[in-house]
Design a protein around this ligand. Structure first.
Ligand SMILES: [Fe+2]
Length: 218
């Protein structure tokens, strides 16, 4: 059985100041032996189908800023599983739409000089971890858990942080949305400035298959 720290979306370089120290503290407090980043490690604001903010620097500048973030994070989390998010995949998706096979593209570890394991999803102690694409409703991870019949941990929905349970005589499953670690004032997050629901700044922990959610003091 594992003691898993689950890091929310970081969208480098648009990560919330202090989020790294916060998740390091949670890892220590819960004595976690496994780390999962739930995806959207990188924002790729400038490489997108959406319009970029006119004040935002270009793609190269954004890449360099993201690499500076990653340098700190890979010191803190050498062995980390990343369940790849839709923002991480932007380059690959655009390349695919242009007819360029994956064969011609570099891996995430090559691009960001990371030692991490980048996967679509992972299952630990019968709990399914994935970024959260396709999840919907007020409790997206819980809705996915009910559809799959297995406990689910997800990110993706930055303003969703919480745990819901479905308990039957024979079974108990949960859905946990781990919130995120984004800075809502960063230019890359400007699209949400008029949204009423703001990002929940938090991370998850799963100890021997049981979930906990920790909110960062703001
Ligand atoms: Fe995200």
């Amino acid at each position: 059985m594992s003691r898993v720290l689950v890091i929310g979306d970081t969208h480098f370089p648009a990560v919330k100041e202090g989020y790294l120290e916060f998740v390091k503290g949670v890892k220590k407090e819960y004595k976690c032996d496994t780390v999962v980043h739930i995806g959207d490690v990188i924002d790729h604001h400038c490489i997108s189908f959406h319009n970029k903010h006119p004040d935002h620097p270009g793609a190269i500048s954004e890449y360099k800023q993201a690499v500076e973030c990653i340098k700190e994070w890979k010191v803190a989390f050498k062995d980390m599983i990343v369940t790849v998010g839709n923002h991480d995949e932007r380059v690959r998706r655009i390349a695919g739409d242009a007819g360029i096979p994956d064969f011609y593209l570099r891996t995430y570890n090559e691009i960001y000089n990371t030692p991490w394991k980048w996967v679509k999803n992972t299952t630990i102690d019968n709990v399914f971890y994935y970024h959260g694409m396709g999840g919907s409703g007020m409790y997206p991870a819980f809705n996915t858990a009910k559809a799959m019949g297995i406990s689910v941990v997800a990110g993706h929905h930055h303003s969703c942080g919480g745990i819901n349970w479905l308990v039957s005589p024979m079974n108990a499953i949960f859905g946990m949305n781990v919130g995120s670690g984004v800075d809502r004032h960063h230019l890359a997050m400007k699209y949400g400035e008029d949204h009423i629901k703001k990002p929940v700044i938090s991370c998850g922990v799963v100890i021997n298959g049981s979930p906990y959610l920790e909110l960062m003091p703001l």
